[in-house]
Design a protein around this ligand. Structure first.
Ligand SMILES: Nc1nc2c(ncn2[C@@H]2O[C@H](COP(=O)(O)OP(=O)(O)O)[C@@H](O)[C@H]2O)c(=O)[nH]1
Ligand SMILES: [Mg+2]
Length: 190
């Protein structure tokens, strides 16, 4: 199955670490975001992530273990990954703001995750959406992404969970901390 293990499985991490699951389609910028948050530097290699990747990141008063899942194998891999979502303190969907053609696919992925966690993951675990690649001219705004993902309609599904869309650029780091700050303030288990 060819999985890249950035670090061994959970249990390795100290209990004080809070798990954040970063998910989204391939090429949306998940690895770039993780790298920028960890090192403050721009990721220069462009390697698709196979399986999943984990990084431990010190952020303000928290230590976060950020798990990257998604990509082209998402349907095949979801039975394996779904357990990561169950133990998350915060969920982050990364969307490519320039990719209007695949926003529907991103919505389907989000709905697959929501169907998996509803009823078992406390509503206090919030969902942040990064509208990444916002630096590219013509990129979708945060409100356009919110509309296209149909986030408002989730309320009709008896949805109490908080969500928020933050425009970001993984190259410069713009918006990354603002998004994480929102997530840390809104996730009850943080
Ligand atoms: N212009 C721009 N390109 C980005 C941004 N974030 C990532 N990229 C580029 O998008 C490509 C895919 O990024 P990567 O982090 O590997 O995506 P992943 O598959 O979601 O992990 C790379 O060429 C990145 O340099 C961004 O905010 N702006
Ligand atoms: Mg990646």
């Amino acid at each position: 199955m060819g999985m890249t293990l950035g670090k061994p499985f959970s249990g390795f991490f100290q209990e004080t670490e809070q798990r954040i699951v970063l998910f989204g389609l391939d090429g949306t910028g998940k690895s770039s975001i993780m790298h920028k948050l960890k090192t403050g530097e721009t990721l220069t290699t462009n390697m698709p992530t196979i399986g999943f990747e984990v990084e431990s990141i010190k952020y303000k008063d928290s230590t976060l273990s950020i798990w990257e899942v998604g990509g082209q194998q998402r349907y095949k891999m979801f039975p394996l990954w779904k357990h990561y979502f169950h133990q998350a303190a915060g969920l982050v969907l990364v969307v490519d703001s320039t990719d209007r053609n695949r926003i529907e696919e991103a919505k389907n992925f989000l709905n697959m995750v929501i169907d998996e966690i509803q009823g078992s993951v406390p509503d206090s675990v919030a969902i942040l959406v990064y509208g990444n690649k916002h630096d590219v001219p013509g990129a979708m705004s945060a409100s356009e992404i919110t509309n296209k993902l149909d986030l408002a309609s989730l309320r009709k599904k008896n949805w109490q969970r908080n969500w928020h869309t933050q425009s970001s650029c993984a190259l410069s780091g713009d918006g990354l901390h603002e998004g994480l700050d929102w997530l840390l303030q809104n996730a009850g288990r943080m």
